[in-house]
Design a protein around this ligand. Structure first.
Ligand code: IPM
Ligand code: MG
Length: 362
């Protein structure tokens, strides 16, 4: 198993280091994996001038899976768009054909009080957002900012293009239906068909694809209503499937229901289960380098890697059980801290997970 490790920027290196320790412990326990590290994002721009340099492209293409921290930071925000760290992330997703982004949002009962929503509203939350990741307005051409004559005078004019082919829609719908089949067999497809043709096609293809999965109950929501339902009654959802932009927005919203975006892992898969695994949160430049970031989303992303790319369900479960145990034992990083629990930093949280994994008492 070849794993490419891309720590990235901000808190990326700190949180990835803890996930790597987890993988090394599992390796010591017979998991055969080879880790190789590369540069992606702002750190890559600083070293090579490119957010997704050739050397990293080679590593990522040769690996079976990629573990990523996070990219970006204010020091790179004024660079030309093609050199921004986010381009590196979009570039690797596109180059590897990682069209299926899985973002589970699970409420760990111990963290019910850490959510900004009332505990009774978020109780029992266990949903999976399936976001299309290589199409939509994020990649559509033409795009740009230029000067045009509008209302009789030259002014800056900006435009993006939203588009989907039916094949692109069908393949992500199939991933979502298949995922629902392994869960509670409910799939909610989210669109804006009352306004956008792209999403009218999305709804039509969703309805057509439903015929292949008669055992899964398909429903539809308009995205504005979906955003509202997520905070009104989130446990109505099992699997939610949507396009790239709506999925970006709704997955951050769903993350917050669980108490902290610092808890949420993600998988981005191609058609053969090669995957890139990353926490849903960003590079958090404000707390970078201070050793206080929550490494659990990245550790849980490593668990998703073992499950989806390497079909090592047992090893994935071991990691997830270890995370449950440290939460039950009261360990909390600052983002999920509540009075009465034990506040720890990034490394100590990693230590606790390792101890839980190996069964060794601290
Ligand atoms: C995410 C992020 C990225 C996205 C950014 C950093 C380009 O917000 O993974 O959700 O929009 O996809
Ligand atoms: Mg996002």
């Amino acid at each position: 198993m070849k794993i490419c490790i891309l720590p990235g920027d901000g808190i990326g290196p700190e949180i990835v280091a803890e996930a790597v320790r987890v993988l090394r412990v599992l390796r010591a326990l017979q998991l055969d994996c080879e880790l190789e590290e590369g540069l992606l994002g702002g750190c890559a721009v600083d070293a090579t001038g490119e957010p997704y340099p050739e050397a990293t492209q080679r590593l990522a293409q040769q690996a079976d899976a990629v573990l990523l921290g996070a990219v970006g930071g204010p020091q790179w925000d004024s660079l030309p768009r093609a050199q921004r760290p986010e381009r590196g992330l979009l570039g690797i997703r596109q180059q590897l054909g990682l069209f299926a982004n899985l973002r589970p949002a699970i409420l760990y009962p111990e963290l019910a009080g850490a959510s900004t929503l009332k505990p009774e509203v978020v109780a029992g939350l266990d949903m999976l957002i399936v976001r299309e990741l290589t199409g939509d307005i994020y990649f559509g051409q033409p795009r740009g900012i230029e000067t045009r004559v509008v209302d009789g005078r030259p002014q800056r004019f900006a435009f993006n293009t939203m588009h989907y082919s039916e094949d692109e829609i069908r393949r992500i719908l199939r991933v979502a239906f298949a995922a629902a089949r392994k869960r509670r067999r409910k799939l909610c497809s989210v669109d804006k068909m009352n306004v956008l043709e792209t999403t009218q096609l999305w709804r039509d293809v969703a309805n057509e694809t439903a015929a292949e999965y008669p055992d899964v109950e398909l429903s539809h929501l308009l995205v504005d209503n979906a955003a509202m339902q997520l905070v009104r009654n989130p446990s109505q959802f099992d699997v939610l499937v949507t396009g790239n932009m709506f999925g970006d927005i709704l997955s951050d919203e769903a993350a917050m229901l669980t108490g902290s975006i610092g808890m949420l892992p993600s998988a981005s898969l191609d058609a053969n289960n090669k995957g890139l695994y990353e926490p849903c949160h960003g590079s958090a430049p404000d707390i970078a380098g201070r050793g206080v970031a929550n490494p659990l989303a990245t550790i849980l992303s490593a668990a998703m890697m073992l499950r989806y790319t390497f079909a090592q369900e047992d090893a994935a479960r071991r990691i997830e059980d270890a995370v449950r145990k440290v939460l039950a034992d009261g360990y909390r990083t600052a983002d999920i801290y509540q009075p009465g629990t034990r506040k720890v930093g990034t490394r100590a949280m990693g230590d606790a997970v390792l101890a839980a994994l190996t069964g060794v008492k601290e």
